[in-house]
Design a protein around this ligand. Structure first.
Ligand code: A3P
Length: 288
């Protein structure tokens, strides 16, 4: 497999060496997906960590023990990362897993299973800004340069897990039918309780109104920021330096407006429009 000092190149996609290895990717490819597994699928910086908080609460009837005692990366592990093989035995069914992989690279048993998936999308402009700050604080990622330079890399797919548009398009595969539920970061920001209610419905689960209130409160940005099991404060500062930028950074939608110049916005919009124009996929942020 090709690599440089920081990344492996997996089917043309950059993945960080600190969390991925040839073995972990082999484990991913040959993983035996079970029918009751639940996948959270995201392009990086779309709200993965948020879902790693929400989903265990919903699958465990609102029990806070997992989110208060297990770090997010072991609680809902990335199937392609090295931790997956180490913690898989400890996961109770139904297992919740996350993945940043595009649809066509999923393990073959995913396609033959009935496993469900929740795809969390986010405005790519906010993803770019979030990722830019993440690259500044994480020593295992390359220096992003200026935001303009980083935007060029983002738009041509020279970033982790390739082009945003390719990822989104891959997961719109009609073969998935009602096995997949699409939700956006923006919907979670706008009405977290309502969004959690819809996720519960998709999972065929229920919580009492009180439990739903408690779960919603716990998953608010200000509260998750305090949870040492989810705010990445367990990671040594040489690896993630929260003085440069905290992992749970702003937690809002539309922060791109504080970062983009009009020229950059025009270039970004044109490139994304070109990628998405014939897909029929519309997002609320397209109107902004
Ligand atoms: P920002 O950098 O814009 O703040 P991922 O987990 O996929 O890497 O995504 C990280 C982004 O999700 C960060 O965005 C982070 O702050 C945001 N996030 C995580 N938990 C959140 C929450 N409870 N509420 C709002 N945003 C949250």
């Amino acid at each position: 497999m090709e690599s440089n000092d920081l990344y492996l190149v997996y089917h043309g996609l950059f993945v960080p060496k600190i969390t991925h290895s040839e073995d972990s990717l082999k484990y991913f490819e040959t993983f035996e997906v079970k029918d009751d597994d639940l996948f959270v699928i995201s392009y990086p910086k779309s709200g993965t960590t948020w879902m790693q908080e929400i989903i265990p609460l919903l699958l465990n009837g609102g029990d806070f023990t997992p989110v208060q005692t297990i770090p997010n990366w072991d609680r809902v592990p990335w199937l392609e990362e090295t931790r997956a093989a180490l913690v898989m035995d400890k996961l109770r069914s139904p297992r919740a897993l996350v993945s940043h992989m595009p649809y066509h690279l999923m393990p073959s048993t995913f396609f033959s299973s009935k496993a469900k998936a929740i795809y969390i999308g986010r405005n790519p402009k906010d993803i770019l800004v979030s990722s830019f700050h993440f690259h500044r604080m994480a020593s295992f990622l390359d220096d992003p340069g200026t935001l303009e330079e980083f935007a060029d890399k983002f738009l041509t797919g020279q970033v982790l897990f390739g082009k945003w548009a390719d990822h989104v398009k891959s997961w719109r595969n009609p073969d998935l039918g009602d096995r997949i539920f699409y939700i956006t970061y923006e919907e979670l920001v706008q009405d977290l309780r309502g969004a959690i209610g819809r996720i519960l419905c998709f999972l065929g689960r229920q919580l009492s109104a009180d439990a739903l209130d408690r779960v919603t409160e716990h998953c608010q940005f200000k509260n998750m920021k305090q949870n040492t099991m989810s705010n990445y404060s367990l990671v040594p500062q040489v690896i993630m330096d929260s003085n440069k930028s905290p992992f749970l950074r702003k937690g809002i939608s539309g922060d791109w407006k504080n970062h983009f110049s009009p020229e950059m916005e025009a270039k970004f919009n044109a490139a994304i429009h070109e990628e998405m124009k014939e897909t029929g996929i519309n997002f609320t942020w397209d109107e902004e």
